[in-house]
Ligand binder design. Structure first.
Ligand SMILES: C[S@@+](CC[C@H](N)C(=O)[O-])C[C@H]1O[C@@H](n2cnc3c(N)ncnc32)[C@H](O)[C@@H]1O
Length: 296
């Protein structure tokens, strides 16, 4: 069978199974099964799939039709221009999480400008923690932008820690990122709290009561510990903010991703005199997605 025909059949099968973004999904699975690039697929759609490639492709289509996310079938996901390994043990990095990186970099640059320091483009001397690192995507994207910073990538899940460590090594950032198993910032608390310049986190923020409304790809295939923050969803933020206040140096920056309805619960946590310059950034859909603040 040629590539064009295989793609058409795959798209039709996914459409019939009500899979969202069925065209893109079939294309990604065909590229994966045939080990081709998008350019070569569209330049030579008449190329024949081998028997083995065809079997692999249609078995992937069947699994996608049954609800398995594309990224679990291909084992990868692009984030911040880098290709991350993903497994069922970690959250699949979402495009909106790139706002966390943008806000963190803006806030650090603003801090330098206000302190009339020359901009610290390489992150020299900065101590950074990414809480709930999952695949390591936030920590590694920050390491790409701030190659001289010391970054701690923390997660409570030992299985996620292994994926994050592999991504840091494969992408060439193992020397600037320390991946540690940790409940929030506990691993950086002894003998005394490590004085951090930046804390970033995309914590679990979905409410357990919302579980029935989640798409089945998410509910049945992504780890519960990465999704659910408690019955309501915003429960993790209060400890996250309290521990960050203890660890951040004066002028240190906190940047947190928000769930679609987290803002009313999270904003008041930053009303204490410990915090200043609180700001909220909307994502492209206009949803308040990132909250940032500075330790006084
Ligand atoms: C929403 S996922 C974010 C993963 C990744 N940072 C991203 O943006 O794609 C939340 C992560 O927090 C971790 N986590 C949940 N509770 C935690 C806790 N108390 N301390 C540290 N990590 C935790 C989960 O294992 C999961 O990897």
């Amino acid at each position: 069978m040629d590539l064009r025909t295989a793609l058409k059949i795959g798209i039709a099968q996914l459409r019939n199974a009500n899979v969202s973004s069925h065209t893109l999904a079939a294309e990604l699975l065909l590229l994966h099964a045939s080990d081709r690039t998008r350019t070569s697929l569209y330049a030579h759609p008449e190329d024949q799939l081998s028997e083995a490639e065809s079997q692999e492709y249609f078995s992937l289509i069947e699994r996608r039709a049954s609800g398995v996310p594309v990224q679990h079938l291909t084992g990868k996901r692009e984030f911040w221009g880098l290709e991350f390994e993903v497994t069922p043990d970690v959250l699949i990095p979402r495009p909106e999480t790139e706002h966390v990186i943008e806000v963190a970099l803006d806030r650090l640059a603003l801090r330098d400008r206000r302190g009339k320091k020359t901009q610290n483009m390489s992150g020299e001397g900065l101590l950074i923690a990414d809480i709930g690192t999952g695949s390591g995507c936030i920590a590694i994207a920050l390491a790409k932008e701030l190659p001289a910073a010391h970054i701690y990538a923390l997660d409570i899940s030992p299985a996620a820690i292994e994926v994050a460590q592999r991504n840091a090594s494969k992408l060439g950032f193992a020397s600037c990122i320390k991946v540690l198993e940790s409940n929030l910032l506990s691993a950086l608390s002894e003998p005394s709290p490590l004085p951090l310049d930046l804390v970033v986190s995309n914590p679990p923020y979905v409410g357990r009561r919302e579980a029935p409304t989640l798409p089945r790809e998410v509910r049945d295939h992504e780890p519960a510990i990465a999704l659910f923050g408690g019955e309501e969803g915003y429960e993790v933020y209060s400890d996250l903010v309290l521990q960050s206040a203890i660890h951040l140096q004066p002028g240190g920056v906190l940047v947190l991703e928000l769930g679609h309805s987290s803002l009313p619960a999270v904003r008041p946590l930053l009303d204490s005199p410990a915090w200043a310059n609180v700001g909220v950034t909307n994502d492209l859909a206009g949803i308040p997605r990132v909250i940032a603040a500075e330790r006084v």
